[in-house]
Design a protein around this ligand. Structure first.
Ligand SMILES: [Fe+2]
Ligand SMILES: [Fe+2]
Length: 275
């Protein structure tokens, strides 16, 4: 069980420029409104969120003396930059479907501006550590269910496989920077409690807003789909992510205690085969 980032890990941005043709299906994941809007809701948080991650890491980059971590920070900034740009296109496509993507994205942006104004950069970095753990958990959950990913329209399967794989590759960058620049255990624990609550509320608000705009909110079938998606046996996202979430509270936690290198290699091979 590695306690630090593996020495043989190296990663770099993989540029991606998807087109957004008019004939993409509206409910592109499992053919279901709930699962689709769950991932749409995450996409709406990415352009501003990932900019915040980049800014948080940049604020502490000068204090790092480890050249290898500096290389990883460079790759992290590159990857998150590409994710932002792809999800900006994704969200523009949602807006063209008649969904309130711009408004929801702008709300996320205002909230982040508020945090940046009122919270010390150490808090930004702690929040980034927590949110990177979230994205790594969700990425692992998604990539661990290849049969379920097969139920995504190929256009979206490619984007989410790409993003999830890169999230796993750079999952420890913010954590390592936080630790090496004197970040404390209780700072990250407090940040995790706050961020978890906020993330759950914001995701739920976005999903509800999207379902409402899509005319799907009051359909019992959609709520059943949602229940099964989050709490059922397959995929049961909530249950599958609970253990990794709790692991963060251990004093000796490190993101690479979960060795995801095989999962990354498999995803990379699937992505290469699909291009
Ligand atoms: Fe990302
Ligand atoms: Fe990330």
């Amino acid at each position: 069980m590695p306690m630090t980032t593996p020495a043989d890990l190296s990663f770099a941005p993989r540029p991606m420029r998807p087109e957004w043709p008019e004939d993409l299906p509206r409910h592109w994941y499992r053919g279901e409104a709930f699962a689709t809007h769950y991932l749409n809701a995450l996409s709406l948080m990415f352009p501003h969120g990932e900019k915040f991650f980049i800014d948080s890491v940049r604020a502490y980059r000068d204090r790092n003396t480890d050249p290898r971590l500096d290389e990883e920070i460079r790759a992290f900034i590159g990857q998150e930059g590409w994710h932002r740009s792809v999800h900006a296109g994704f969200n523009a496509w949602l807006e063209r479907l008649g969904l309130p993507a711009e408004a929801l994205e702008a709300r996320a942006g205002r909230k982040i501006e508020y945090v940046k104004k009122h919270v010390h950069p150490r808090g930004w970095l702690a929040a980034t550590v927590c949110l990177e753990h979230f994205t790594a958990i969700l990425a692992k959950d998604l990539l661990s269910r290849p049969r379920d990913i097969e139920r995504m329209h190929p256009h979206f399967r490619r984007i989410w496989t790409w993003h999830a794989m890169e999230e796993l590759e750079h999952k420890a960058v913010a954590f390592d920077l936080f630790e090496k620049t004197g970040g404390r255990y209780w700072t990250r624990v407090k940040a995790m409690l706050f961020v978890s609550f906020d993330f759950a509320v914001e995701t739920a608000r976005n999903v509800i807003a999207l379902l409402r705009a899509d005319g799907e909110l009051w359909k019992p079938r959609v709520w059943w789909q949602g229940f099964r998606f989050l709490f059922g046996r397959d995929p049961g996202v909530f249950w599958k992510t609970l253990g990794p979430w709790l692991a963060f509270f251990r004093r000796d936690f490190h993101p690479w205690q979960a060795d995801d290198r095989a999962l990354i290699r498999e995803a990379d091979a699937r992505l290469a085969a699909s291009s």
